[in-house]
Design a protein around this ligand. Sequence first.
Ligand SMILES: Cc1cc2nc3c(=O)[nH]c(=O)nc-3n(C[C@H](O)[C@H](O)[C@H](O)COP(=O)(O)OP(=O)(O)OC[C@H]3O[C@@H](n4cnc5c(N)ncnc54)[C@H](O)[C@@H]3O)c2cc1C
Ligand code: FES
Length: 490
Amino acid sequence: MLLRIKKHPIIDFKDSERISFYFNDTKLHGFKGDSIASALHAAGIKKLTTSLKYDRPRGFFCGIGKCSSCLMKVNKVPNVRTCIAPLNNGIRVETQEKLADWPDVEFKSKSKETANVDILVVGAGPAGLCASLEAAGQGASVLLVDENQTVGGQLVKQTHKFFGSKQEKAGTRGIQIAIDLENDLKKFEQNGKIKVMMDSTAIGYYEGDKEKQHKFAVVKREVYENTLYEVNCRAAIFACGAMENMLLFPGNDLPGVYGAGAVQTLMNVFGVKPGKKVIMVGAGNVGLIVSYQLLQAGIEVDRVVEAMPQIGGYHVHAAKLRRCGVPILTSHSIKEVYGNGKVEGAVIVKLDNNWQPVKGSEEKINCDTICLAVGLTPSTRFLYQVGAEMEFIPEAGGYVALHDDSMHTTIKGIYVAGDSSGIEEASTAMIEGKIAGLSAAISLGYKKKGDSSLKKQHMGELDRLRAGPFGEKPRIGKHKISKLLGKRHV
Ligand SMILES: Cc1cc2nc3c(=O)[nH]c(=O)nc-3n(C[C@H](O)[C@H](O)[C@H](O)COP(=O)(O)OP(=O)(O)OC[C@H]3O[C@@H](n4cnc5c(N)ncnc54)[C@H](O)[C@@H]3O)c2cc1C
Ligand code: FES
């Protein structure tokens, strides 16, 4: 229990049921609600696995099930993503050396289940939640799946008050927005319009009758008893979020180099400190906000380094950090990270006007954690699989599916919303979700009086949110997307 957060100004980490488990034959303890990786971190264990080729130690990086650096053997089952796998009493967790052995267990195979719904929504972050609520509000039946234990996506770790518009809950903490949306969801669960499946991953798209129906496979995880669902739906909305970007530098794979989202997850969801002394890389809003949250959790932030000559995030966030004595060094970056099996220090360096390291400006700093807040890339694997037309749009964060202003892609009945459709914010993700949910339901015949003015209202709200200087990038990105779509589909 070395790294548990004892006191926090916003979150009350109540003691939950104590759980014991084994790590390579050593008995350890965690709490109900922990993931396996968070319980290991709390016990000071950062090396979770080894790399396939060079046998290098690997630790947690994304913390949300999107990379492969936390794969371990759990109760003899290999390749378990321990950052999202719940901790259960008595389980045996083992470090997996290179390639996993063939599982030496008997799987009880539950019979396959079938779910027939109007709309499948993949992802229960702000975009997917709002899409589900809006579609069910129109009368459509919805199946909402998410691979996490709790709904809310990235909101569940955002302890700060949101910017944006009043309608999209500006001034409310992200964690509270997640609770409010979950309460709205419960009303529709009670009347049977929305079925929610957590711990469930949408894993593939299959040949259906594309004109009338789409077919997806969803796996619901239970210990040794995964259930395979064949989901037949008339429309699907992908609200799968985004993946954290990596930076290239020697030692970037050492345990202790984390994405900013992973650090937030450890601290704000599980109440576990990622380390004792952190260097933050990136002074956009995410880097600034997470640095402040590290201080709130009682962790030292040595400094923030930013390659650009100016701070990218809101100055109010930067001012808060500076008041706490954290230096923010612009035109600086990380040169290398060193350590024996885990991060023990880093070298930072000044950059010249051509982004080249200035010789002699290197500084060696002892620290145990490097936090990378260097942007996100949309999660789009499913969109490739369904055959949607994809384009590289730098302002949207990478490859995204071309979509119209109803969030409809180039494949009939397939919609996209939130960070999956271009990196932006939770406030815009919520509105895009509403537009996608409303449009999908209307396209299936669930029409109500006043629908067109409701859609116009949502679109007006999006324009307002994107009107300011911080909305410039997504504004340009969305403009490029609709221009390309117009050119190809006149
Ligand atoms: C530090 C930080 C601060 C931020 N501050 C703000 C702010 O102040 N205001 C603001 O508006 N925004 C803010 N944001 C941004 C905001 O959190 C995101 O833009 C928003 O969460 C995106 O919502 P989403 O629904 O698209 O994706 P997510 O919230 O990422 O949700 C996607 C969900 O999809 C699930 N999923 C993905 N693939 C599958 C699959 N195959 N099967 C099942 N489930 C799947 C994931 O598990 C996840 O739960 C902040 C972000 C960070 C990191
Ligand atoms: S998948 Fe677990 S840390 Fe990335």
